[in-house]
Design a protein around this ligand. Structure first.
Ligand SMILES: Cc1ncc(COP(=O)(O)O)c(C=O)c1O
Length: 344
């Protein structure tokens, strides 16, 4: 099967498995795991932040950021489509107790400073929650990327209002590639940032929360509360180091494949490709009729292609390092015939 459900489905390569087997480890609760420390130093270096903390997942790292930046009931401003709101099982209600203020984006998939500014409570008043944090996402879950200038304006505006910014950079390296900037340039527009090793970079586990030394010291304590302090987790960090060393350069190929797939779907009359020129490794599309969805999924599955059922009638295809060239290109040539069966 060619699994295009997500870039989370990749399996660790032999180099990662080898590194895991050889990893030097210690008790990371006691800060004695040299491989974790190396990974955290590497993450801090790549993002230009002072420090970083290894976390079990992206959801964990995002929620840890909220838990670290906010007190219960304090207000967090974020895009209503953000992963933190839509796909983290309402975790902030369980963990930080932060009050999430969803903001509908206006002219772009991302939110701009004006969208946020108009929602910030003008005065401290008994009726209002206390403003604390802005959360951004880059790349966004819909496969677009927020321009650096837009992030900078938000960073400046939020700072002037005494708010911190956290950025969900689950696909930070994809975003950096699409924007043609370094990950550091994105990280320079936010106080804290998390990125995932287990998406396009191909590691089996792990995300890094990055920020100032004070922020990470506080997050270290809160990570323990969340049950995320692990012992000889260097065995996992070893795969993460390989992911950072080798995974980033492969992302260009994933982006290229997404462009080819979008083109192939765009050539089929009736299909509405929502990302005709994908910016990262994701392609989104709609069929002429939602009722064709089941046959679409079945036809693809019979041809060896997996994708998730649609969300709001939108199908998503994600390209990644385990998608091999030859079967992928064979699929592209078969696509018109396959779609003929679905759309007739
Ligand atoms: C934008 C974004 N943020 C956060 C996450 C959460 O990562 P995890 O699945 O490791 O919890 C994901 C996962 O796909 C994501 O796409």
């Amino acid at each position: 099967m060619m699994d295009l459900r997500s870039d989370t489905v990749t399996r660790p390569c032999s180099k990662m498995r080898e590194a895991m087997a050889q990893a030097e480890v210690g008790d990371d609760v006691l800060r004695e795991d040299p491989t974790i420390q190396k990974l955290e130093e590497q993450a801090a270096m790549l993002t230009g932040k002072k420090a970083a903390l290894f976390c079990p997942s992206g959801t964990f790292a995002n929620q840890l950021a909220l838990f670290t930046w906010t007190k219960t009931g304090e207000e967090v401003y974020l895009n209503e489509n953000a992963h933190i709101i839509q796909h983290e099982a309402g975790a902030s209600a369980h963990i930080s107790g932060a009050f999430l203020r969803p903001i509908p984006p206006q002219n772009h998939p991302w939110i701009e400073w004006e969208d946020i500014q108009s929602r910030i409570r003008p005065v401290r008043d008994q009726h209002f929650p206390i403003p604390a944090l802005v959360c951004l996402e880059n790349a966004l879950s819909d496969g677009t990327v927020q321009p650096i200038d837009s992030m900078k304006r938000i960073y400046e505006g939020a700072r002037n209002q005494g708010l911190h910014i956290h950025t969900d950079g689950a696909r930070l390296f994809n975003a950096a590639l699409a924007l043609q900037v370094s990950p550091k340039e994105i990280a320079a527009c936010t106080d804290s940032l998390m990125f995932c090793l287990s998406k396009g970079l191909g590691a089996p586990v792990g995300s890094l929360l990055c920020g100032s030394q004070n922020f990470i010291d506080e997050a270290f304590y809160k990570r323990k509360i969340m049950g995320g302090a692990m012992r000889q987790a260097g065995i996992l960090a070893a795969a993460g180091l390989v992911a950072l060393e080798d995974g980033v350069q492969g992302l260009q190929k994933d982006h290229q494949k997404a462009q080819e797939l979008a083109q192939a779907f765009s050539a089929i009359p009736g299909i509405q490709v929502l990302t005709p020129q994908p910016q990262i490794n994701m392609v989104f599309l709609k069929l002429p009729k939602p009722s064709q969805g089941e046959l679409f999924l079945r036809t693809l599955k019979d041809a060896g292609i997996l994708t998730y059922p649609p969300e709001n009638d939108v199908f998503r295809f994600v390209l990644h390092r385990d998608v091999e060239e030859a079967p992928f290109h064979q699929f592209l040539t078969q696509l018109p015939a396959l779609m003929g069966k679905v759309l007739r």
